[in-house]
Design a binder for this molecule. Structure first.
Ligand code: SF4
Length: 358
């Protein structure tokens, strides 16, 4: 087995352990939630701060971002929004690499996260030392990494991509005769490889949420809803992607839902996206793609355990106390900025609407 296979495999146990130790969010009554929201709104004004939330965090945090002039989006759009906003402090509701990406683009700003324990299995499964060693073994290849990586892995890359621009960037590299190292998501990598026929060798990481979508149960669900269209995020397994009417990033899934004439949409991505999806297509029936097997009582638990660690309570406490700030080594940040800007410039030149989606 190569490094690209053994390291993610070895890390699986520690990733499972980290998930097992995730502390459930405290239950709050509606009155308690309202109280926290009032206090957070006051602090946002007092500290010239803005809330920027990922599509996968809890509905109440997405609503808070919207109500207070913040933003709800994918990771790179979050970072872009923060960089262009006048606030001194960006409150990033998401997982750690999202806070880091915001810091890469906005080094002068204070980046606060509700919790610094919110990780990502793609980031955890791609440690810099082992990934760098893998890259060193293939010096003739361009290193292309997904946005869901640490700042150190980004700094090691030639290109950063997102799920909305990866096909264009990999095709561009192919046209230049380049061979590629891809990391860390193996399903997204395989999807891009199938689409472009590029010469890619892949790190074998995966997203613990999308990896769980089940083919057999999806087929059964499709039989029950023959008029439904199936929208799938490309971090899902290849067999699930093969059933899709549309494959794309979070933002692209919302756009595809709006264009669709189908009365029902089966969606294979984190449940958190349903908050914005319901706003976009209020008249459609939205069904989460199954992650549970035949005898499971929960048919789909597609929700990121780390995204769920962001709460009104820890957001309030971090903002009140100025804690949970993201700090990035300046030299590493500058190195990571190069492939990030390369991607942003390429996306603008290509007329890809946003700078990126994760
Ligand atoms: S949903 Fe998957 S890719 Fe997104 S943060 Fe969670 S583990 Fe990472």
């Amino acid at each position: 087995m190569s490094l690209a296979e053994t390291i993610p495999h070895k890390l699986q146990a520690s990733i499972d352990n980290i998930i097992d130790n995730v502390v459930p969010s405290p239950w709050l009554s509606e009155a308690e939630k309202a109280d926290y929201i009032v206090k957070i709104k006051a602090l946002l004004k007092q500290k010239n701060a803005v809330v920027i939330a990922h599509y996968y965090v809890e509905d109440e945090l997405q609503a808070l971002a919207e109500e207070t002039g913040g933003h709800v989006s994918d990771s790179l759009d979050m970072a872009n929004f923060g960089a262009q906003h006048s606030a001194n402090t960006l409150v990033i509701c998401g997982v750690r690499f999202m806070g880091e990406t915001s810091k890469i683009l906005s080094p002068e700003k204070t980046i606060i996260m509700p919790t610094l324990d919110a990780e990502c299995s793609l980031d955890l499964g791609c440690p810099i030392d082992e990934f760098s060693q893998f890259c060193d073994q293939h010096p003739d290849r361009e290193v292309v990494v997904y946005a869901n990586t640490s700042v150190e892995v980004k700094a090691r890359a030639d290109w950063i991509v997102t799920s909305s621009n990866a096909i264009q960037i990999v095709s561009h590299l192919m046209d230049e005769g380049k061979k590629i190292i891809w990391g860390p998501d193996r399903h997204l990598g395989q999807y891009i490889k199938n689409k472009t026929n590029a010469d890619m060798i892949m790190w074998q990481g995966n997203c613990v949420v999308h990896d769980e979508f089940k083919l057999y149960e999806l087929e059964e669900l499709m039989k029950k809803h023959p008029q439904a269209e199936v929208l799938v995020h490309p971090e899902s397994p290849e067999a699930v992607i093969a059933k899709a009417d549309f494959v794309g990033s979070t933002k692209q899934i919302i756009a595809a839902g709006k264009k669709s004439n189908a009365p029902t949409l089966i969606i294979a991505t984190d449940h958190g996206l349903f908050y914005k999806m319901k706003q976009a297509v209020p008249d459609k029936l939205l069904i989460p793609a199954p992650t549970g097997g035949k005898s499971a009582t929960c048919k789909s638990c597609a929700h990121c355990p780390w995204m769920a660690m962001n709460t009104l309570v820890n957001l309030y406490e971090a903002l009140r106390d100025g804690t949970n700030t993201i700090e990035v080594d300046e030299e590493t940040r500058k190195k990571a900025l190069l492939p990030l800007n390369r991607m942003i410039d390429f996306s603008r030149e290509q007329g890809i609407l946003t700078a990126g989606d994760a």
